[in-house]
Write a protein of this length. Structure first.
Length: 340
């Protein structure tokens, strides 16, 4: 084991060690700990972690695992040698606070001929003199509050990663829009929806007929099972394209409609090379053609919002094929899709 840092958790009077072991060592020493204690979570359906299985074999860095010891041997005065010796002699007495599902996934791919058993698995090791204190820490790690929904996680990610003004886009929250709407600004919740759909590789990431918890579960399932796309397919490129195309008043109005924006974002994920270099005029022509075709559907026979989202997605997903279609050709293509 490698040790990188030793610190103290003043809340639970514990020593916390940051380090790493190899996948091979984890398979030998940590995987047997998975079902050790009664209060640990039931293992989830393995289908949920099939994407992580593939990623581990492909060489991903797995999020760190947290394990714990109930002991009075390791204290603030202990050095690296003391900790290494204690771990080597007592690892079987530890238990997993956070990471059971990840270790279980690693176990399932441990016999793959393609896995690199020398890959590092990062660890946080907590040494405490009380199981009650460790149980408290486990609760705060796993169940201290309701887990963030996928939508909330995307919103947090967007707030911390994207500088919309720098990317050329004016974005407002619902609260900000309630006070004063900025001219030509986008609703942040629409962009969150578009990003969520982009990550799930599906335009359908909300359904009022499904309870929210189950919908969140379905979204996460879609995200973890989404196939890889080339390195040019990033949501930042979607934002940059929206910022460019909004220079057309027609395109701006079209993109500010949430169903259009979501469909465009997910469709561009498959067609980034065909869309990113379009001129403002070319994109404007594309959305005019789309709307001309869409307007010929009988609104009494369809769910307008759902169909608009699905067809805008298909249009931009297959843009290389459809970009030269006239509105009647596109209508015929769309009608064949809706008849399936």
């Amino acid at each position: 084991m490698n040790i990188y840092d030793i610190d103290s958790d003043k809340v639970i009077d514990a020593i916390v060690v940051s380090g790493s072991i190899t996948y091979g060592e984890a398979i030998e020493k940590l995987i047997p700990l998975i079902s050790k204690t009664e209060f640990q979570r039931k293992l989830q359906d393995k289908k949920f972690y099939e994407k992580l299985e593939r990623d581990i074999v492909d060489g991903c860095i797995m999020p760190s695992i947290t394990i714990a010891f109930v002991n009075k041997t390791i204290t603030a005065k202990s050095n690296k040698e003391d900790i290494l010796t204690f771990f080597d002699n007592n690892y079987q007495k530890s238990f997993v606070l956070d990471g059971i599902q990840r270790l279980n996934t690693l176990a399932r791919v441990s016999n793959s001929k393609d896995i690199n058993l020398d890959k590092k698995l990062y660890l946080n090791i907590i040494y405490s003199d009380s199981v009650d204190k460790l149980l408290y820490r486990m609760i705060t790690l796993n169940n201290g509050q309701k887990p963030m929904t996928p939508r909330h996680q995307v919103e947090v990610m967007m707030s911390n990663v994207f500088d919309f003004k720098e990317l050329g886009l004016e974005v407002q929250t619902e609260k900000e829009r309630a006070i004063k709407i900025k001219m030509n600004s986008f609703n942040k919740s629409d962009l969150v929806q578009a990003y969520l759909a982009y990550m799930a590789n599906s335009p359908m990431v909300d359904n009022k007929k499904i309870i929210q918890d189950k919908m969140d579960e379905l979204i996460v399932s879609k995200i973890v099972s989404a196939e890889k796309f080339d390195k040019d397919s990033t949501f930042e490129n979607v934002i940059k394209s929206v910022a460019k195309f909004q220079k057309s008043a027609i395109s701006l109005k079209w993109l500010k409609q949430a169903n259009n924006l979501v469909g465009f974002a997910v469709g561009m994920k498959s067609s980034v090379k065909d869309i990113i270099d379009l001129s403002v005029e070319e994109f404007e022509h594309a959305v005019i053609t789309f709307d001309q075709a869409f307007s010929d559907f009988n609104p009494s026979k369809i769910k307008l919002g759902k169909l608009r989202r699905e067809l805008s997605y298909d249009y931009f997903k297959n843009f290389a094929k459809l970009k030269d279609f006239e509105s009647l050709e596109l209508l015929e293509y769309f009608s064949e899709l809706t008849n399936d």
